[in-house]
Ligand binder design. Structure first.
Ligand code: PSU
Ligand code: MN
Length: 307
């Protein structure tokens, strides 16, 4: 029988994150599933470093989130980032957090689980690549990411490049509307499609400055809304994935999933891996560029909120 942790009730913050929160300085949460399951090694370890550097470059403190030895952590040391990127970690959504803690295990946290732990630690801003959402064929598979339910109930600003283009974007936007999650486009009128700048759907609202996001967030919370907020920034123009290549890889990836019978939490990592392998690294470069840009923007918003 593995050892049981009875004492862990709330996340443990690293010393620099705890100090920043105590001083009211800007803190940005970063997720670890993106590192452990969305990017290949060894690029994931370099990415972990670059994401934290992008947050610091804009004057905020990075807090990468994971569960290690049964302890939910907000803010990781270099050695802890090594463990996250070394492979073999479970992918933890919100429902898995209690299991990992109770069994004293290790795991990387998804958008949903990262948002929950970050919020519990008092962090208000979080950066990632693409949200999970409603999968194509969800009418039959019922595959709807827990990220959506988490956003509906967790008061945190999530900076992302929209939802992954592998999803049913229209259905995902409908669920965000139903769950009363505000969606803002950052310097864009088009809802971004992760690898592509335009998913083909408009954003409900556009903002052009981090200070506007801070004002909206304060008002949203002040009016009693419990939900999170999506701030969607398109990938930089120079880093966008070619449209024809994107469509070809997506079609191939979806066929592969069906052939192999991939389901549940393996769907997203399998599709991302298919893109990385089939694009000769181009999708990896796109993915890295957009997450880095989101980390920088999230830091600007966190600094505005700390004013
Ligand atoms: N963004 C990325 N790469 C990723 C993810 C987001 O650039 O790997 C992860 C996030 O952790 C998100 C998850 O929560 O994909 C969605 O998984 P699912 O569809 O199984 O909920
Ligand atoms: Mn799913």
């Amino acid at each position: 029988m593995p050892h049981v942790h009875e004492s862990v009730r709330s996340p443990v913050t690293s010393p620099d994150v705890a100090a920043a929160l105590a001083d009211g300085r800007g803190v940005v949460a970063l997720e670890s599933t993106l590192l452990a399951h969305g990017l290949p090694a060894p690029q994931n370890r370099a990415a972990a470093e670059e994401l934290e550097a992008a947050v610091r470059a804009h004057g905020a403190v990075p807090a990468t989130v994971a569960v290690l030895d049964g302890v939910p952590r907000v803010g990781l040391s270099a050695a802890e980032l090594d463990r996250v990127c070394a492979g073999g970690l479970d992918k933890l959504s919100v429902r898995d957090l209690g299991v990992a803690v109770g069994l004293g295990g290790d795991g990387a946290t998804t958008v949903a689980a990262t948002a929950a732990l970050a919020r519990a630690a008092g962090v208000q801003v979080f950066a990632t690549g693409g949200l999970g959402g409603v999968h194509r064929g969800a009418r039959d598979s019922w595959d709807v990411s827990a990220d959506l339910a988490a956003l509906a109930g967790t008061g945190i600003v999530v900076v992302c490049s929209g939802v992954k283009s592998i999803l049913d974007v229209a259905a995902t936007l409908e669920v965000l509307e139903t769950e009363s999650v505000p969606v803002l486009g950052y310097r864009t009128d088009a809802f971004p499609g992760f690898y592509r700048r335009d998913s083909g759907h408009p954003v409900p609202w556009r903002v052009d400055e981090p200070a506007q996001v801070a004002a909206i967030w304060r008002a949203h919370r002040g009016l009693g809304s419990a939900s999170g907020l999506v701030l969607a920034q398109p990938v930089p123009v120079a880093d966008e994935l070619d449209g024809a290549l994107h469509d070809r890889l997506l079609a191939g990836g979806l066929t592969l999933l069906a052939e192999r019978g991939v389901t549940g939490k393996d769907v997203t990592p399998a599709l991302l891996e298919h893109f990385h392998a089939g694009s000769g690294g181009a999708s990896l470069a796109t993915n890295l560029a957009l997450v880095k840009a989101n980390a920088g923007l999230a830091a600007q918003v966190a600094v505005e909120l700390a004013r």
